[in-house]
Design a protein around this ligand. Structure first.
Ligand SMILES: [Zn+2]
Length: 134
């Protein structure tokens, strides 16, 4: 079997690394099912809807609306200076794709009404996506 050059390049960086590189550019890398168009995390290996494992890489703007969140009073390691924070699930603009991330500086529900707009700011090696309010 011969690998095309593109496939070889894709295999050079794993899905998680590619996801992180996209997050640093404020984007969300997802996989789009070639058969049914369902969007999934890049770490998912087959389509949750039709079980196909043929995907196209699909880069989304890292902006969306808060669907739900949990406020934590004690910040995790690496975020001690962030004070309280929220673990946020947000719906990515233009999709029904939900992604979760970390939003520093949220102390009460009034800081973050549901439907607030957030965007991907960065990727933290331990905690995942870092968000900011927009
Ligand atoms: Zn599918």
């Amino acid at each position: 079997m011969e690998l095309s050059k593109t496939r070889q390049q894709e295999q050079d960086s794993n899905p998680r690394e590619k996801f992180i590189m996209a997050a640093r550019r404020h984007k969300i890398l997802s996989n789009k099912c070639s058969r049914c168009g369902h969007l999934m995390l890049v770490t998912v290996y087959y389509c949750e809807k039709c079980f196909s494992h043929k995907f196209e890489s699909n880069e989304l703007e890292g902006t969306g609306k808060v669907v739900t969140y949990t406020i934590q009073a004690v910040a995790p390691e690496g975020f001690e200076d962030a004070g309280s924070y929220a673990w946020v699930v947000f719906s990515v603009d233009g999709t029904d794709f939900n992604v979760s991330g970390f939003l520093p500086g949220v102390t009460s529900a009034s800081d973050l009404p549901l439907g607030s707009r957030v965007r991907v700011l960065d990727y933290h090696p331990k905690h995942g996506l870092t968000l900011q309010k927009v």
